[in-house]
Ligand binder design. Structure first.
Ligand SMILES: [Zn+2]
Length: 324
């Protein structure tokens, strides 16, 4: 949750709460922002956390979560369990299948194949009247072209990711939805990456060497760049705010930069600077490139940036979602 209200219904966004925290101001009792709910929530300020396998603590962004024992009402927009059920009920059974009551599986391979232009399914079209599970006489399920199917997969993915971005962690989604990529089970934290974990996304793609499952990255739009007239390349870039990581070497910084490339500059500029977005699909990584630049605050110092690039060339416009 990015927003909460006080007892009078005045809303506070996460930045205002962080500013109040930093200024040692009193933070009011907070409640869920959805008027149908108004259950007790709490603000957790930005902090650092030691994580396994990391040299230095990572920054955990501020968030608003439920207080212990508090739960959103059924119709609340922040009620994750309910919203997952609604999304999943509308989804294509070839993409989200039911394992057991309350447990579903999301098949990233069919999304991957759709995005890479491979056939979506090795199964031939199901002849009318022979659909298993539909019973004799009721088997009228039509074969849907992969275009419509892929549209449905993209919509389900976008809806789930939007919901994930409202949550403080993977837990709520992971409890109901297992991710599968062919025979492999994929952990939610290997699928969904906030900016503080761009480095882990880059490592994952490098390790997979071109065979990675689709991933999702959240970002804040930092800039747009269009090629000058006459340039050989045609793509416009939408760049997200990078992650910077200190190193043990003085004046050496690692940066992790996420960009979207697309020929439609007008479309990319419809995501203005400062917009929070989620991009998903078959992202690519580039090997590290080193750039040196004068320190903006101290021109006598030269800083070397080890640039790690991550990029997405969306095939479909549904692959970028604005987060409200
Ligand atoms: Zn609520």
């Amino acid at each position: 949750m990015r927003i909460a209200v006080d007892v009078h219904g005045t809303s506070y966004d996460i930045d205002a709460l962080q500013a109040a925290h930093d200024a040692n101001s009193t933070i009011p009792d907070l409640f869920c922002a959805d008027p149908v709910c108004r259950k007790a929530v709490r603000f957790v300020p930005r902090h650092q956390q030691n994580r396994k396998g990391r040299i230095e603590p990572v920054d955990v962004p501020a968030y608003i979560g439920l207080t212990s024992g508090s739960e959103h009402v059924n119709d609340c927009r922040y009620n994750t369990a309910k919203r997952i059920a609604v999304i999943v009920d509308k989804s294509d059974r070839d993409f989200v299948s039911e394992l057991e009551a309350g447990k579903r599986e999301l098949r990233l391979l069919v999304l991957h194949n759709g995005l890479s232009g491979k056939p979506l399914s090795s199964n031939p079209p199901i002849p009318t009247g022979a659909t298993p599970g539909f019973g004799p006489g009721k088997g009228t399920r039509q074969y849907v072209s992969s275009g419509q199917k892929l549209d449905s997969y993209l919509r389900t993915t976008a809806d789930l990711l939007e919901l994930r971005s409202l949550c403080d962690s993977d837990a709520a989604l992971a409890a109901q939805l297992t991710l599968r990529f062919g025979p492999k089970r994929i952990a939610w934290n290997d699928f969904f990456f906030n900016r503080d974990r761009y480095d882990e996304a880059w490592e994952l793609l490098k390790k997979a060497g071109g065979n990675a499952h689709p991933i999702a990255l959240t970002g804040e739009v930092k800039s747009h760049y269009s090629p000058p007239a006459g340039a050989k390349y045609k793509s416009t870039f939408l760049n997200c705010r990078p992650l910077y990581r200190k190193t043990d070497t003085p004046n050496r910084v690692e940066s992790f930069e996420v960009s979207v490339m697309h020929a439609d500059a007008a479309w990319l500029s419809s995501f203005p600077v400062g917009t929070s977005i989620i991009l998903f699909g078959l992202s690519e990584y580039k090997e590290i490139v080193e750039n040196s630049a004068k320190d903006a605050n101290d021109p006598s110092r030269t800083v070397t940036y080890a640039v790690h690039k991550l990029s997405l060339r969306p095939k479909f416009k549904q692959q970028i979602v604005t987060v409200l």
